[in-house]
Ligand binder design. Structure first.
Ligand SMILES: [Cu+2]
Length: 341
């Protein structure tokens, strides 16, 4: 009995300390992650993170110094703080120091940003990303042996090679932001803005739309996968291929239903008669990690749910709900799409 109550007291005593340790770790934990500007995975984001830290530390130092001076001016004995009213103190502290400090930070900022805006080097991989209400069209132009292809809501890049991301818009202003890789860049109709970065660390990251673009702006995200060069080449090769032939009668039924319900008017499935260009290319939709522009994990269940009630899951998306499809038909269409690896 005695032992357990001591133990209880020890646990109770440790609780505040543990809570404090947790509270201290929390902001640090928030810096890590798939969508964090403070956890850089590419050169450009690393430069921006360093710039942010230098500006923050500089600002904090100035804040502390000014606060100390204010407290001194209020609480020091009048005889000792008289020098504060001296003309020289004002000239140095009020004019000379701010000019030197701000000029130094400004020049440093210019140097960092000039490197960041340097044109892409020769061998950069060009990827065109088009913002649409409320999803991302992604195009890989032909390059050497590799043929051009389109995909959606997912960008894959090789690690160690410069990437030139060309940002465009099909309707209103969007902005593309992959915090772990680089800063934001606006997607403006009729313009092509560029973003250049080299990914240093393979992994899975997340990008978002960073400019309000309508009802579902908040549900306009995408997956970013950085691969080793070999794995990237294999992925690119697989994406240029036409869609897989259905392997079973059930999946063949799904393909027929896909065409019969008019899905092909908006979606392309290369290698079939579906050639629509209004919505995302679905040729290899089964190989993507998520659907609905980064909203739902990609599996037969979420695919069926998406098709049956698009407007409930993402009200305002430019795709109608297909609530009148029977369960069997939904399963077949979703199964077919899931098989398109
Ligand atoms: Cu947007």
């Amino acid at each position: 009995m005695h032992g357990s109550s001591t133990q209880a007291r020890l646990v109770a005593d440790a609780a505040p300390a543990r809570a404090m340790a947790l509270a201290a770790a929390f902001p640090l934990a928030a810096c890590r992650g798939v969508q964090s500007a403070l956890d850089p995975a590419a050169d450009e984001a690393a430069r921006l993170a360093t710039l942010s830290i230098v500006l923050f530390v500089g600002g904090a130092a100035i804040f502390v110094a000014v606060t100390a001076l204010v407290l001194y001016a209020i609480f020091a004995p009048p005889a000792r703080r008289r020098w504060l009213a001296d003309r020289r103190a004002i000239l140095i502290g009020g004019i000379a120091v701010p000019i030197v400090v701000l000029t130094a930070l400004l020049v440093y900022g210019f140097i960092v940003l000039r490197v960041a805006h340097a044109p892409a080097s020769e061998g950069a991989l060009r990827i065109e990303v088009v913002g649409e209400q409320y999803w991302w069209r992604v195009r890989y132009p032909a390059e050497g042996e590799a043929e051009a292809f389109a995909t959606a809501n997912e960008i894959r890049v090789p690690a160690g090679r410069p990437v030139e991301l060309v940002a465009m818009s099909a309707d209103v202003i969007h902005a593309v932001w992959i915090p772990n890789f680089a800063g934001k860049v606006d997607m403006i109709p009729g313009r092509a803005n560029r973003l250049v970065f080299t990914v240093e660390r393979p992994g899975v990251y997340r990008g978002v739309c960073a400019e309000y673009c309508g009802d579902q702006h908040a549900r306009m995200a995408f997956d970013v996968v950085a691969l080793e060069p070999g794995a990237f080449a294999a992925w690119r090769q697989a994406q240029t291929a036409p869609a897989r032939e259905p392997a079973t009668e059930f999946l063949e039924g799904g393909r027929i239903l896909f065409i019969r319900n008019g899905c092909g008017n908006c979606h392309a499935v290369r290698g079939t008669e579906a050639g629509g260009q209004i919505g995302p290319d679905l040729t290899h939709v089964g190989s993507r990690r998520t659907i609905g522009a980064g909203q739902f994990p990609n599996n037969v269940g979420t695919l069926a749910g998406w098709i049956a009630d698009t407007q409930h899951l993402k009200g305002g998306a430019r795709m109608p709900s297909y609530g009148s499809l029977t369960g069997a038909d939904l399963r077949a269409i979703a199964g077919y799409l899931e098989s398109l690896k």
